[in-house]
Design a protein around this ligand. Structure first.
Ligand code: HEC
Length: 106
């Protein structure tokens, strides 16, 4: 009984820790993943006339847009982002959001 409770407490603590890591995102890992994004969005993430800027967006907003592309709640005309987001895990998206939110925006 005591042993079960200890296990439950440990599970609870580790879930808190996991949620925490995920909410913040790892900008360093995000930067590595971003190599692919900058092909379209530009090295500085500021985009061009056809591609919207993503640098300097708030992490939570960036994350939401990417999750929406992934879930199909948002569909772009040429499905560039739908296809891109389909290959990203939730952790990838969180890390990418952390990275692009640290770049200076327009
Ligand atoms: C093949 C080109 C291409 C690649 C690669 C690409 N994007 Fe995009 N991205 C676009 C286009 C085009 C749009 C505009 C979509 C629309 O019209 O709604 C867009 C839109 C977005 C938006 C929404 C911006 C807003 O203002 O709502 C975010 C966020 C985004 N991209 C992030 C990323 C991230 C992160 C990556 C790398 C994993 C990435 N993109 C890779 C072309 C690309």
């Amino acid at each position: 009984m005591v042993r079960n409770n200890i296990i439950l407490v440990l599970m609870f603590l580790s879930s808190l820790f996991a949620a925490n890591v995920q909410a913040e995102g790892d900008a360093t890992r995000g930067q590595e993943l971003a190599e692919y994004c900058v092909d379209c969005h530009g090295d500085d993430g500021l985009g061009d006339e056809d591609i919207p800027p993503i640098a300097g967006m708030e992490a939570a907003g960036l994350r939401k847009e990417l999750m929406d592309f992934k879930s199909g709640a948002r569909v772009d005309e040429y499905e560039m982002m739908v296809e891109t987001a389909a290959d990203l895990s939730e952790q990838d998206i969180t890390d990418l959001a952390a990275y692009f939110s640290t770049l200076p925006g327009k």
